[in-house]
Design a protein around this ligand. Structure first.
Ligand code: AMP
Ligand code: MG
Length: 351
């Protein structure tokens, strides 16, 4: 049987996410297992769904399942987008400081989970960083560092403690003027989980959903250990530094090598350290998290970029396998949790 390896490359940017090498090409349709891979642009990124099919008859079921999974992600985008003025999240952001805003159960529970991640990560993951993110995005586009006073003003608007939840009334309000939520650090992971759930409801047992680098694996590619996932070299992005076989887990990498901006020659990440108000810069280049679901992997990958290597014990205690790449002595240092070493064979190394 002719086989072609399918590598799904971890990535942060849309274009890179599209690099997944698609399917076994089976001209006669009788080489199985095979895979179908479909791609759509959603959530400002490339979403790719790859489904293993064991018989030619399964192909149309797989295609339909993938289409329903894409529809689910499109539905979520209408709720959670911080950029669409009509999204439920944008309406909450506009009115949350005026008083309790009734929200859907889905938005309520994702905010609740986000607050949980804030607590678990000692504040490194914070969905209220939006004022700082907007300030730094503007700085990146003009190429000028913001004034210290502007950073302090934005910081004063940040703080998950000011999110007021009322579970009974299912409302959310903000006890601080200027507070706004940005679920960008977890929403792609959540979408990958939901889309995988849709596939499972269609009877799919082996698939991988990749929402711009946030992945959820189901079963395996060909009955082996799982789906092969590549972690790119942080600077030589055409090179795959590591290949991992992952089964039934969420996988995400966050870092400065796809989405970043440069001011006065210095590279800044799109991830903000809530404690300093500054973007993560220079040292922690990327963090890969593998967790029970893609939501947790997404939250931890973002938080670990802020925490750096000192966040590894925190990830381990939450059952998250993590790998961090740090710039050191002109090269890169790799550190992992014990679980990552045990399950994926990568420990203390240099790149
Ligand atoms: P990710 O690519 O999953 O690491 O998410 C990065 C996105 O999360 C950013 O573009 C922001 O929208 C948001 N974000 C930035 N810094 C943080 C932070 N410290 N905690 C939570 N979300 C953040
Ligand atoms: Mg994330």
């Amino acid at each position: 049987m002719k086989t072609s390896r399918v590598f799904l490359f971890l990535s942060l940017a849309a274009v890179v996410a599209a690099l997944t090498v698609a399917a076994n090409r089976t001209p006669t349709g009788c080489n199985h297992p095979a895979v179908i891979a479909k791609t759509r642009l959603l959530m400002n990124t490339v979403v790719e769904i790859t489904v293993r099919t064991d018989t030619p008859q399964e192909r149309s079921r797989a295609e339909n399942a993938a289409d329903s999974a894409f529809d689910e992600i499109a539905r979520l985008e209408n709720i959670f987008s911080a950029y669409r003025p009509q999204s439920e999240l944008s309406r909450l952001n506009s009115h949350g400081a005026e008083g309790p805003v009734p929200v859907s159960i889905e938005l309520y529970s994702l905010i609740e989970k986000a607050i949980g991640f804030q607590k678990q990560t000692a504040g490194a993951f914070d969905v209220t960083v939006k004022p700082l993110k907007d300030l730094w995005a503007a700085a990146g586009s003009t190429g000028t560092l913001p004034e210290r006073s502007a950073i302090d003003r934005a910081r004063a608007k940040v703080g998950a403690d000011a999110i007021v939840l009322d579970k009974i009334a299912r409302t959310v309000s903000f006890s601080k003027e200027g507070l706004a939520l940005d679920l960008g650090g977890i929403v792609k992971g959540y979408a990958a989980d939901r889309a995988t759930g849709v596939l499972a409801n269609h009877g799919i047992r082996n698939a991988i959903v990749n929402v711009g680098g946030d992945m959820r694996c189901l079963g395996s590619r060909s009955g082996g250990d799982g789906w092969m996932i590549g972690i790119r070299h942080p600077r030589d992005t055409a090179r795959i530094a590591y290949r991992l076989a992952v089964r039934d887990r969420g996988v995400d990498t966050s870092g400065d090598y796809e989405r970043f901006f440069t001011i006065q020659g210095r590279r800044y990440s799109h991830i903000i350290d809530p404690s300093s108000g500054m973007p993560v810069a220079d040292m922690t280049v990327s963090a890969t998290a593998i967790a029970a679901d893609s939501l947790a992997a997404d939250a931890y990958a973002t938080a670990l970029c802020v925490l750096g290597e000192k966040g590894l014990p925190l990830a381990a205690s939450a059952g998250v396998d993590a790998l961090i790449i740090t710039a050191a002595n002109g090269g890169f240092r790799v550190r992992t949790t014990d679980g990552f070493k045990e399950r994926y064979g990568i420990g203390t190394e240099t790149l």
